[in-house]
Design a protein around this ligand. Structure first.
Ligand code: F6R
Length: 578
């Protein structure tokens, strides 16, 4: 499930803290939400829809300990009843859960046979009833005894009326504990914790924890263990919108820093890449496009073959190669990418993760991890994390090629800043009145076209397709018309002339063309309806700059159409199901 969970125990009104925490988790995508507290017995509130002004409805809910949840429906429709928390038959136990209980059908059947009343269609509800069955002991033991009955993945928070504190458990689903003075939080990621503390504990798979006003205790395989308290590098301001109308725009403007901070920190070649003769990259969505750009850059600079596979395909159709596998995932929680890396590991293939999130699940799977330094990305559409991925990949290609691609920190920063100044009023007008848009490019600008189209479709809902420019005449030509703009990236270099020829073929079909290229390119200027100049930067930085311009074009178009930019319909930030 692509859900978010949050728990709180301390001196404050728990419902208020939980609602604020759930709002911080909204970016993950959700269709319903809810919370339960230890007030007068278990007090709860849950609803389908947006959190909005839930604090008004939940104003009467007391208690200083509680758990909350944002749900993305997988088992049962998004309605009030299926929203979490779920309670047992007695109404004394409440549970929130992120993950999937795979054996829930059998569990439901046997629970019903034993007389339990199940109210929802969810897999999660079985957990509350199983805990109820083990309730002879304290809640910690009851949860511990329940876990072996569950098959699947979970991050669970549970409370029981009359008993202090929260019990937390994790298996293949992230869970982080926030440690403040006399108050403790738990959540799917650190965003709800930032307002309270920068000290966190990342639970390991198989951990069981008890959080109460008197502290946190963690158990693993029956024994009490000590997990390190780590410091979050993110300030509260970094996690907020900072005056921009949307997180996406704020994050687009943070890209010069994200790029140079990342370049600055990737100094050494990871051990598993030393002397490698070939590479495989696995990733999804934008991260996959970053992998494709890397392929063009690294194959040229390092003269080694780079295979790029969609992570969702890799696990089932592994190529017969033993080259190291790089998994790129900004969130570190993408189920397909993590599963692909796990499959590589099963075959003893060395693995490297590139991620933005410290301690995320992928870091526990891969042999080595390289972090990008993009800071928290709240908008569903990936922008600064994509640019930071490119920063890591350019650095790795450079280190693999004896630094032939070395760029100064200043060069990357400057190219992105310049791209951010691009005026694209006319192009926005053309795009916002279109129903279909094609994006084309060659070489590394082919994946740039894919990424530009992905950004446009996900936030503006305009149908947009990225193509290798040479492929347009092998089918999509049938769709070209006066109403279907083509965005063509055409830079100086070996493919310039053939791109010009491709653009002319499109013009001959009355297709309006928005070209990205050199401002000094007279030939391009003469044939394009609109020419958007790219910054004058090193070739390796051109795909970075072109992507930034296409992000802005998608953003401005979506804004002109009044879309819900940070939370596009049907999408979630972390896709934690395969
Ligand atoms: C697009 C987008 C998605 C992600 C994809 C992979 O804007 O955000 O396509 O790129 O879901 O996510 P990560 O990188 O977290 O594995």
């Amino acid at each position: 499930m692509m859900c978010g969970i949050v728990g709180y125990t301390g001196p404050r009104n728990a419902a208020r803290v939980l609602i604020e925490g759930l709002k911080q988790l909204e970016y993950r995508g959700y269709d319903s939400f809810g919370l339960a507290t230890l007030g007068n017995g278990i007090e709860w509130y849950k609803r389908a829809g947006r959190i909005g002004e839930a604090e008004k409805d939940a104003a009467g809910i007391g208690g200083k300990t509680g758990i909350g949840h944002t749900r993305w429906a997988t088992h049962g429709i998004p309605d009030d009843c299926n929203a979490h928390p779920h309670l047992d038959c007695t109404g004394r136990i409440a549970v929130v859960h992120n993950g999937i209980i795979e054996n829930y059908t059998e569990l439901r059947r046997s629970l019903k046979a034993r007389g339990h009343i199940l109210r929802s269609e969810t897999d999660t509800e079985v957990i509350a009833h199983l805990i109820e069955e083990h309730s002879g002991s304290n809640l910690l033991d009851a949860v511990r005894d329940t876990l072996p009955e569950l098959t699947g993945s979970y991050a669970i928070l549970a409370i029981r009326s009359g008993e202090e504190g929260i019990v937390a458990a994790r298996k293949n689903s992230p869970l982080v504990i926030g440690v403040a003075d006399g108050e403790y939080l738990a959540a799917s990621d650190s965003t709800p914790l930032i307002d309270y503390t920068s000290r966190v504990i990342y639970l390991e798979d198989g951990d069981l924890a008890h959080l109460s006003a008197s502290g946190v205790r963690i158990f693993h395989e029956g024994a009490e263990v000590v997990r390190p308290v780590e410091r979050l590098g993110w300030s509260p301001e970094e996690a907020r919108r900072g005056g921009f109308p949307h997180f996406m725009l704020k994050e687009i403007y943070e890209q010069p820093g994200a790029f140079s901070d990342t370049v600055r920190t990737v100094c050494d070649l990871p051990e598993i890449l030393l002397g490698c003769r070939g590479l495989t990259v696995v990733a999804c969505g934008s991260s996959y496009h970053a992998g494709l750009i890397f392929k063009y850059i690294a194959e040229e600079a390092c003269q080694i073959p780079v295979r790029v596979d969609l992570a969702s395909e890799y696990k089932y159709f592994m190529a017969p190669t033993r080259d190291p596998v790089i998994g790129i995932t900004q969130s570190g929680e993408t189920a397909d990418t993590n599963a692909a890396l796990q499959s590589a590991k099963v075959h003893n293939i060395p693995t490297l993760a590139i991620t933005n999130v410290l301690g995320s699940s992928v870091t526990r799977i891969a042999d080595e991890t390289v972090y990008m330094r993009a800071g928290p990305e709240m908008s569903v559409a990936a922008t600064k994390s994509f640019i930071a991925e490119l920063a890591v990949l350019i650095r790795l290609a450079s280190l693999l090629s004896d630094r032939s691609l070395d760029i100064t920190l200043d060069q990357g920063h400057r190219a992105i800043e310049e791209a951010l100044l691009t005026d694209m009023g006319e192009a926005v007008q053309m795009c916002s009145s279109a129903s279909h848009i094609f994006y084309v490019g060659r070489g590394p600008f082919y994946p740039v076209a894919l990424e530009g189209a992905l950004k446009m479709k996900e936030i503006s809902y305009i149908h947009a397709e990225g193509y290798a420019a040479g492929e347009i005449k092998h089918g999509p030509f049938a769709l070209l018309s006066r109403e279907t703009p083509v965005i063509a990236v055409c830079t100086p270099g070996s493919t310039h002339d053939v791109m010009i020829a491709n653009i002319k073929e499109m013009e001959a079909r009355s297709t309006p063309v928005i070209a990205l290229g050199s401002g000094a390119d007279r030939e391009l200027d003469a044939i394009a309806d609109i020419l958007i100049p790219l910054p004058d930067a090193a070739p390796v930085l051109q795909p970075v700059a072109a992507t930034v311009i296409l992000q802005l074009l998608a953003y401005r178009t979506a804004d002109a159409l009044g879309r819900d930019i940070d939370k596009p319909r049907n999408l979630a930030k972390s896709v934690t199901v395969e």
